[in-house]
Each structure stands twice: as C-alpha cells, then as structure tokens.
Write a protein that binds this ligand. Structure first.
Ligand code: PEP
Ligand code: MN
Length: 348
C-alpha cells in the first residue's frame, strides 16, 4: 500500500500517518518526492484494511499495491538506485556503462592471470569467473570451488580488479563474500529463497540473474526478497529466457531493459553470452543493449575459447572482446551525448 500525501501536508501529518501504520502492526517507509511525500507500507501478508488511516489529515490518496514487490518498484522509490563499489565504480548512472568480462569458470591460475592482465590493460574494472558452477549435467565441470576463490583473490590482489562470482548455496555465502565484490545469483537459483534471504544480510552488491523462465514479476519479487532483508544493492541481469526457439541457446529479451527501467529503480545489465549462446551474436546484441538503456553488460571472454571447460561456444577471445569493448564505450558515449538529447523532444 502507498499513502500519497497532499502537497500541503505538514511534518506532523506525516508523523501521524507513520504512527498509525505502526499501530496497525506494519512498517512505514517514507518516500520523499519533489512534489509530495508518499509513505509506503510493508510487512502485510495480504489486503490491508485502511480504515484507521481514513480519519487522518493530509492524505491525498491511498493506493493498494497488488504486485508481489514494493521496495524495488519505482512507486516506492522514484529515483534510480546507483550502486557504488569502493567509490570507484558506479552502476546505474547514465554517465557510466559498466563492462564486466571474464571466463565462464575459473579453470586454473594461468587462465585467470592472463585474463586479468589483458582485461586490465583494456580498461576493464570488473572481472567475472565462476568458482562454484551450476551445471545442467552432474558430469560437467563443477568448478574449482574453494581453490577457484583463492585464484580470484590472487587476481584481485595482482590487478586491483573487482570480482563478480556466483554463490550457489546459503552455506557458501560467508566464504564467497570474502573474495567477491559482487555476489552473483545464477538463473537457476533466482527462486532459491533461502539464498536470497541470506544475501539480503550481506553488505555487498548482488547481481541477480533472471530465471530461465521467470516473468518480470517473479524476477522483481526475487529482488524484493534481498531488499526486504536490508540489502538494497541489487543489480538485475537479463540473460535470456527459454522459449520455443532453439536456434539460439536462449531468447534475448532486450525489451525487458526499458521495461524494468520504467517499473523499477534498480540498475539492470545485460548478459549477451548466455542470452544467445553463440559467440558471433554476442557483439550485435551487446551493442543493442546500450541503446535499449542497459546500465552495462557482462560478457564471457576466454584466452582460448575452444578449450574452455564451460561455455566456450559463447565466449569471445581477447581480440574480439577488445574490439567490442572499444565499440561499446564509443557507442555509449555517442548515445548518452547525442541521442539522449533528442529523446526529450521526441513525441510518443
Ligand atoms: C554464468 O554466468 O556463468 C551462468 C551460469 O549464468 P546463468 O545463471 O545466467 O546461466
Ligand atoms: Mn557461463
């Protein structure tokens, strides 16, 4: 529920509304706005009887929110959420397009050192690499686990890169967060509610991938699980969804990016590698995501893609990646400086 106050409502009116909401056994969240203040209500399990609020002064409108999420919606938080990592990287700000790159899986020390060295020289600030791998088949490479985390820690130390790595179960959160700057929740775990709740208690950003067949409402409800526990630093990542189409590994749902921007304040990035599953489709789709309004991309890159232990068919080599990195940066600059300017004058 959202209680929208009149412009003329006083501080005392707002305080009275907050107090009444608390007396109703619920939690008020004040949402200051340029025009008027709104007060979000959380903590209810179903429909709220709003009669106790009826007698109060200063209320313009009471909106009953029927969506399975509130805190992650724009109604509750109109301004964009900007996620800052050590004050050096900002995710969710129009001026910056974050490019995360690295192998699907951490395979060995040399592979990650080569990746770290080349990516740093290009200007990449965040490296990816899975130590715990959620593989469809139990016979596939499952990741180096703790050894993979140690290698990631070494890459961080040597190159000053930030690290994104996946955490697959609640009992690993402690270990993974010692190394990770951003903890990834994979598509297969998007609705692992115990894991989501655990990450809600962590002090680091979470990159929440969209589930294999998740609707936007389900995806945002999963983000809500993290935010409601106290961790507001959630980055959404579109990685393709399962449809009838088998010509690509997944169907890249780029339309979800402007849609999410409209209904949620959370940053959203795009993963063209898993979204297409095909190396030659990564470049065009990554470029398209800039214009769709993504806050960044996450791309799989491998020193020798054909020898990769996982997802080689969708991994770029360093040469292809460096061209893409250059062009993404250029396109983003052009888009934000030239095209965005004309957007405000476009009649729709
Ligand atoms: C990955 O990022 O390597 C991964 C396993 O992705 P997803 O969960 O999107 O399949
Ligand atoms: Mn992968």
């Amino acid at each position: 529920m959202l209680v929208v106050m009149h412009q003329w409502a006083t501080e005392e009116d707002i305080e009275e509304v907050k107090k009444t909401i608390e007396e109703m056994g619920l939690k008020p969240v004040v949402i200051p706005g340029a025009e008027r203040t709104a007060i979000g209500v959380i903590g209810n399990q179903g429909w709220i009887d709003d009669t106790p609020l009826m007698r109060l002064k200063g209320i313009m409108e009471i909106i009953h929110v029927t969506k399975p999420y509130k805190l992650v919606s724009r109604d509750f938080h109109p301004e964009d959420t900007i996620i800052s990592i050590d004050n050096t990287i900002k995710i969710g700000i129009a001026d910056e397009f974050v490019i995360i790159a690295g192998p699907c899986a951490v395979e060995n020390y040399e592979q990650m050192m080569r990746a770290g060295e080349i990516l740093t020289s290009l200007g990449v600030k965040i490296i990816r690499g899975g130590a715990f791998k959620p593989r469809t088949s139990p016979h596939s490479f499952q990741g180096l686990k703790e050894e993979g985390l140690r290698i990631l820690a070494e890459v961080k130390r040597q190159f000053g890169l930030k690290v994104v790595t996946e955490v697959m179960s609640p009992e690993h959160v402690e270990k993974v967060q010692e190394v990770a700057d951003i903890l990834q929740i994979g598509a297969r775990n998007m609705q692992n509610f115990d894991l989501l709740k655990e990450l809600g208690k962590v002090q680091k950003p979470v990159l929440l991938k969209r589930g294999l067949s998740a609707t936007v409402d389900e995806w945002l409800a999963s983000a809500e699980y993290i935010v409601v526990e106290g961790n507001e630093r959630v980055i959404l990542c579109e990685r393709g969804i399962r449809t009838f189409e088998r010509a690509t590994r997944n169907t890249a749902d780029l339309s979800v990016i402007p849609l999410i921007k409209k209904i949620s304040h959370l940053p959203v990035i795009f993963d063209p590698s898993h979204a297409t599953g095909k190396r030659d489709l990564v470049r065009p789709m990554a470029l398209a995501s800039v214009v769709a309004g993504a806050d960044g991309v996450m791309i799989e890159v491998h020193p020798e893609p054909d020898k990769a232990l996982s997802d080689g068919q969708q991994s770029l080599n360093f040469e292809a990646f460096s061209r893409l990195y250059r062009d993404l940066t250029k396109l983003h600059r052009f888009y934000k400086n030239e095209l965005k300017l004309s957007e405000s004058s476009t009649l729709v």
